[in-house]
Design a binder for this molecule. Structure first.
Ligand code: ADP
Length: 672
């Protein structure tokens, strides 16, 4: 059904159209509405959002067709317009076409032509509506996947993280190690299965995209292999890893991990004696091979093993696993994923196998994955958006306290303040509990609450979930702030823009990571996370802040190092310097005046400055003045001139303060 609105000031047109199209009207192919001027048309369009097509006269009194045409896109983006104008009125017709009209017909109307034109236009409208619907469904699907992942990963985090903590705490209890080990392995397995299922679904809907990171590929695969060592030991198999790569590569870590993990797990699963060898080399492409000395696969089954849900040995009718020695029944998903993920990354998988049935005594299987990965060049390696996977050595290096922090620790006696914003109360409490020994903790359960707390308390770091429904907000309209919006607020408000933001999320897709980074988030951590990793990331960010603080302090306390507002990179500090400089000789320009000048409350200024420089406002102003004093003295001004120029009312007071700070009087300073 196509709904058509005819806008024409000529009353004769209506009966003519109704007569010509009577059959199509009768069988409901077309529904006609009529308006006799632009205003009536606008009113009708607002009432009837289903109108698909407009037959629009150009020459009408009051509001002409061109004017009405311009108003349409805002009313109904799918609407297509066929202009009706006098024969030869090319100027107006061209204007209408340029403003988005779809087609035109000329008066006197030739009805056969009009018929075809309407049909063609209606088809176009249908296609546009369908395309839009598909897009909406697509977006729904993506959101659904994101939500599902979120729903699964949060509880799994809450299983895995405490188990890890308990495993660490009760190292001495063999019984706990054993039972908790089972919980951990199975929770991980569950997580892996969920991820695999989601990946399959995403592959199907085309939602899985490759997201590249730069990193040490050889080390990355090595870590995956190492995770299998306990299993290999248990089965008495030799597990070896040979890495021939020396360069860094860009690769999709998640997908590569799935591929390698599945191949190695299968190799161990289907091998009862001998060895499993993993090898990484660079031929024309990067090659990952996994070779085992297991039962092998018979030639007639080989072509099918990459099919979804295919298993060489079917489970028996009762759904039990095949009754061979390999207890775990499996799902038949693993190799299908290996294949599809590899293809998605532009590579290919191949397999060669000798089955035990061949009776050569040398059974075994080799899977080879070839991937077109590029080496990392210097420039891309420095791209801040590509976070290298940190090999263990680097991580350790990062934990080591930064140069000079030891002395500084004494000046900041308080632990850093961390605000945790997470709507899942249990997870919130868990994170807070884990961080409580190293930091002072504030917690909030919605984005709005987080924003209010951040403004009031100015924490050093905000750790926020991305997805926060903020549903039960009585008295408030619309959804609450999510993690992105919270980040944006924090990073655009001058009072809070120095606060480090870590986003915590089940959305690990590159696109959402980019979204957060674009809002100014400093780091990301995906759920489920390792508590140690979370700690490390927080530690690193705070260490970076501390290094900056030390830098500012150093800049202020060294008499010979000039400061000019322009050389200070931090806009907040630069702004303060500029303001103090403007009032340099004004002895009345103190904390209150400075706070007012930057548009912050005294308390906010105090806290913000303390967290950026570790200095209180009075000291900050004094130190700036004293440094400028050094410059002025060097330029040849005498002590009393200098004292007045930097806002000291008495030269002797100035001298005392100067000596307290730099350890010598101004006079000595000039001479030395
Ligand atoms: P699953 O292992 O969950 O059954 P996969 O897709 O990983 O599913 O594997 C499909 C089938 O291919 C397995 O059931 C197994 O019969 C066979 N297969 C996979 N890898 C090996 C291997 N290394 N050695 C022998 N058979 C294998």
């Amino acid at each position: 059904m196509t709904t058509i609105l005819v806008v024409d000031d000529e009353p004769d047109l209506e009966p003519l159209l109704l007569n010509w199209f009577r059959r199509k009207i009768r069988d409901s192919t077309y529904v006609f509405h009529f308006a006799h001027d632009g205003y009536e048309a606008l009113a009708l369009l607002q009432q009837e959002p289903t109108i698909d097509l407009l037959l629009l006269d150009i020459n009408m009194p009051d509001m002409d067709g061109l004017t009405l045409l311009a108003k349409l896109p805002a009313l109904n983006p799918f609407l297509l317009v066929v202009m009706v104008s006098a024969y030869g009125d090319m100027t107006n017709i061209r204007a209408a076409m340029n403003r988005g009209a779809f087609d035109f017909v000329c008066k006197p109307i030739v009805f056969t032509d009009l018929d075809i034109t309407i049909e063609k236009t209606a088809r176009q409208v249908r296609q546009r509506r369908e395309a839009h619907q598909l897009k909406v469904i697509d977006e729904l699907k993506t959101r659904f996947f994101d939500n599902i992942t979120h729903e699964f990963r949060t509880p799994l985090t809450l299983i895995l993280a405490p188990v890890e903590q308990l495993l660490k705490r009760f190292r001495d209890s063999a019984e706990l190690q054993h039972s908790l080990g089972i919980v951990e392995r199975n929770a991980r397995q569950l997580l892996r299965l969920i991820n695999q299922l989601l990946d399959l679904a995403k592959l199907e809907s085309g939602h899985l995209t490759v997201s590249l990171q730069a990193g040490d590929l050889g080390d990355f695969v090595g870590q995956i292999v190492r995770a299998f060592e306990p299993m290999a030991r248990e089965k008495n198999l030799t597990l070896t890893y040979e890495n021939e790569l020396t360069d860094f590569y860009t690769f999709d870590a998640d997908k590569l991990e799935q591929v390698a993990h599945n191949l190695i797990a299968n190799a161990l699963k289907f091998t009862s004696a001998g060895q499993v060898m993993v090898r990484l080399s660079q031929e024309a492409m990067v090659q990952l091979t996994v070779t085992d000395t297991g039962i092998g696969i018979v030639p007639e089954k080989l072509p099918y093993i990459f099919n979804r849900f295919y298993q060489v040995q079917e489970p028996d009718v009762k759904g039990r696993a095949p009754s061979h020695q390999f207890a775990s029944p499996g799902t038949g998903i693993g190799l299908a994923l290996v294949n599809e993920l590899t293809e998605l990354m532009g590579g290919r998988v191949s397999v060669s196998s000798v089955s035990t049935r061949a009776e050569t005594g040398l059974s075994g299987t080799t899977f080879t994955v070839e991937l077109p990965l590029s080496k990392v060049h210097e420039e891309t390696g420095n791209d801040p958006l590509i976070r290298p996977l940190l090999p263990v050595a680097e991580v350790v290096a990062l934990i080591r306290p930064l140069h000079g922090t030891a002395e500084r620790e004494s000046t900041t006696t308080e632990k850093p303040l961390v605000l945790v914003v997470e709507d899942n109360a249990e997870l919130n409490a868990f994170i807070a509990g884990e961080l409580a020994d190293s930091y002072r903790i504030l917690t909030a359960f919605t984005g709005d609450e987080g924003w209010a707390l951040a403004q009031a308390e100015l924490p050093d770091l905000v750790l926020s979930d991305i997805m926060m429904p903020g549903l039960d907000r009585p008295g408030l309209d619309g959804p609450g702030l999510d993690g992105y919006q919270l980040t944006r607020r924090l990073k655009t408000d001058p009072a809070t823009d120095h606060i480090a933001v870590v986003l915590l999320t089940a959305k690990v897709a590159q696109s959402s990571r980019m979204e957060g980074l674009e809002e100014g988030a400093d780091d990301y951590i995906g759920k489920p996370f390792h508590v140690d990793e979370l700690r490390l990331r927080i530690h690193n960010l705070l260490a970076r802040q501390q290094a900056l603080r030390a830098h500012f302090q150093q800049q202020l306390s060294h008499p010979n190092e000039p400061i000019s507002p322009e050389t200070v990179a931090d806009s907040f500090i630069r702004n303060l310097y500029t303001l103090i400089e403007k009032h340099l000789d004004d002895s009345q320009f103190r904390v209150d005046e400075l706070a007012q000048a930057v548009g912050m409350s005294r308390r906010t200024l105090h806290r913000k400055l303390a967290s950026v420089t570790s200095l209180n406002v009075t000291d900050f102003i004094r130190q700036y003045r004293l440094k400028r004093a050094c410059e002025l003295l060097r330029q040849g001004y005498n002590v009393s001139e200098t004292a007045y120029m930097i806002g000291y009312e008495s030269p002797s007071h100035f001298s005392t303060v100067f000596r307290e700070f730099f350890g010598k009087t101004p006079t000595v300073y000039v001479e030395g």
